[in-house]
Design a protein around this ligand. Sequence first.
Ligand code: DGL
Length: 269
Amino acid sequence: MNTESPIGVFDSGVGGLTVVKEIMRQLPGENMVYFGDTARVPYGSKSKNTVLKYSRQIVQFLQTKEIKAIVVACNTASALALDEIKREVAIPIIGVVEPGARMAAESTKTNSIGIIGTESTIKSGIYSKFLRNINPEITVVSRACPLFVPLVEEGLLEDRITDDVIERYLHEMKEYGIDALILGCTHYPLIRNAIKRYMGGEVHLVNPAYETAKSLKLLLAEQGLLNQSGNSAMYEYYVSDGVDKFSTFAAKVLPCHVEPAVVVDIESY
Ligand code: DGL
């Protein structure tokens, strides 16, 4: 392992590519290995034990790629598995929840913050916990939005059905007068325009991916792990199923040519 070693990034499927995109933007010199658990997605309705087992298997796999750090680019896995995995690996590891909470706490003026995410992330209460640790005055209103993930995966980013579902999930939150809304699921930044239209310009939408890439940069710098070779970055993609669907989605999200993904038998790790 050295500074040119890749960063391992994983998610339950394709959503983590929104985090990859932000890492590519803020850390253009870093090599990355991405794993999307496309065979076992969604994680958002699964138990802590299951998400922890899956995350451990993925970390085992990524470690075969000589990675120098890990980004858990999945809110659900960050909420349910990160604490345990942190104790088990010797390399730096970060998730998306803490950076997202920090960014929301910095951006609110009314101390009234909304959080949307998968059922498991919302049930874990983790965003609220981090927010209240940062500022006990903050009040939080949260809502699980399970239908957003399939809508995004179907490519319905600008569609009347998506607008209807947004209204159904967010109309109560709109009445609370929040001024910041955490997009606490990797898929949600892809429908941010539709959410913004509904919530109005005065509600700041917080994309944890941005702050995660920023935290990653700081962490690598602190540990002397930034890749300063000047070589162009290399990216590898692995999935547990559905290579074609992954490629189509990746080509839409990422700003560069995407090499075909390779299927991994993740259950064997
Ligand atoms: N990647 C997941 C998250 O950010 C959403 C998809 C899923 O439920 O697995 O929580």
